[in-house]
Design a protein around this ligand. Structure first.
Ligand SMILES: NC(=O)c1ccc[n+]([C@@H]2O[C@H](COP(=O)([O-])OP(=O)(O)OC[C@H]3O[C@@H](n4cnc5c(N)ncnc54)[C@H](O)[C@@H]3O)[C@@H](O)[C@H]2O)c1
Length: 315
């Protein structure tokens, strides 16, 4: 299968690229390094450094002629979206429409879209499933929900098949530990470098942490199933931040009392997802248990930090 991954230098996108390559597919990557990294690029994928908003995007699509597009490129931070809603909308709405136009013009069969649990807002029942009302509470959640409407329009009127995957809290190696997203990466890095992590609110807020290679596999399965549908991609298991923190401490091999801080505006109390529809239609189920995923993530973080540690020791 000839594929194109937007945001393929990013955290989730790069794992999708690796899986596609491992499965023998032809892969091209688009990224502008807004948050992605060169070190995440797979050498066996062709790479195009370009903004998804660029008028030249169509030329890249025409050169690649993808059958399936995995659209991961986005402004992905809730905080950035509240600080700068215009930038968020430009990348997540205008950028998406530019990608959709390029898909239609170059005969792409299907687009798999990285949507989000943030489209739901505060849940009115649990676990959240695909029928749960979408009442997003941040500009980021709004743009992801709007994107799903565009996908339906392009499927209905322009003949472009789609599947939207509403991810839970994705974690794993390569997640950016410097941003404010990705609590596993942040805690792991802080604990490995002797810093004291901060837990907001009382730490009893519940999230659905899903391992990144499981998310990549859901994308690949969606290439050949689930046309016109949205799926919750989570484990169905809710985990408190306090429990997560204990697991990360255990994986790092330390016992550190975290600092406490007040609840952040917009923080939800509880969210976890019903993945029965993804199991039924895509044949997807999460395979990596949380403790195992955290162990792998901490080890990857340790390896990443090793050169810094050596540099610091050398002076
Ligand atoms: N990480 C999560 O828990 C999570 C949860 C729900 C949804 N998502 C969605 O999954 C996707 C991937 O997220 P991620 O966590 O890997 O984030 P990421 O920031 O690591 O990846 C996004 C990639 O898109 C690229 N990008 C951003 N703007 C671009 C532009 N204008 N042109 C070209 N490339 C651009 C970035 O450089 C980066 O490589 C995003 O769409 C995000 O909204 C992530």
């Amino acid at each position: 299968m000839r594929t194109l991954v937007t945001g393929g230098a990013g955290f989730i996108g790069s794992h999708i690229v690796d899986l596609l390559i491992a499965e023998g597919h032809d892969v091209a990557v688009i990224d502008n390094f807004a948050t992605g990294k060169r070190t995440n690029l797979n050498r066996r994928a062709r790479f195009y450094e370009i903004d998804i908003l660029s008028p030249s995007l169509r030329q890249v699509f025409a050169a690649v002629e993808p059958e399936v597009v995995f659209h991961q490129a986005a402004q992905m931070s809730v905080k950035v979206s509240t600080d700068d809603p215009l930038y968020d909308a430009r990348v997540n709405v205008m950028g998406l429409v530019n990608v959709l136009e390029a898909c239609v013009e170059t005969g792409v069969r299907k687009i798999i879209f990285a949507s989000s649990g943030a489209t739901y807002g505060n849940p009115i029942y649990l676990p959240i499933d695909e029928n749960h009302p979408q009442r997003p509470e941040s500009p980021y959640g709004i743009t992801k929900m709007v994107a799903e409407h565009y996908l339906r329009y392009y499927a209905r009127d322009r003949g472009l098949a789609f599947t939207a995957l509403r991810y839970g809290n994705v974690y794993g190696p390569r997640q950016d530990a410097y941003g404010e997203a990705g609590v596993v990466a942040i805690f792991a890095r802080q604990l490995l470098t002797g810093q004291i992590p901060t837990i907001h609110w009382d730490g009893e807020q519940v999230r659905d942490y899903v391992y990144v290679t499981d998310v990549a596999r859901a994308n690949l399965l969606a290439a050949t199933a689930g046309d016109g549908c949205c799926y919750c991609i989570g484990t169905g298991i809710g985990t408190t931040v306090n429990r997560l923190y204990d697991l990360i401490c255990a994986a790092v091999g330390v016992r550190v009392t975290p600092r406490q801080a007040p609840r952040r505006p917009g923080d939800l109390r509880t969210a976890y997802f019903d993945n029965a529809r993804a199991a039924r239609d895509l044949g997807w189920e999460p395979l990596v248990p949380l403790a195992e995923g955290i162990r792998i993530t901490v080890e990857a973080c340790r390896r990443e930090l090793a050169p810094d540690a050596i540099e610091a020791a050398v002076g």
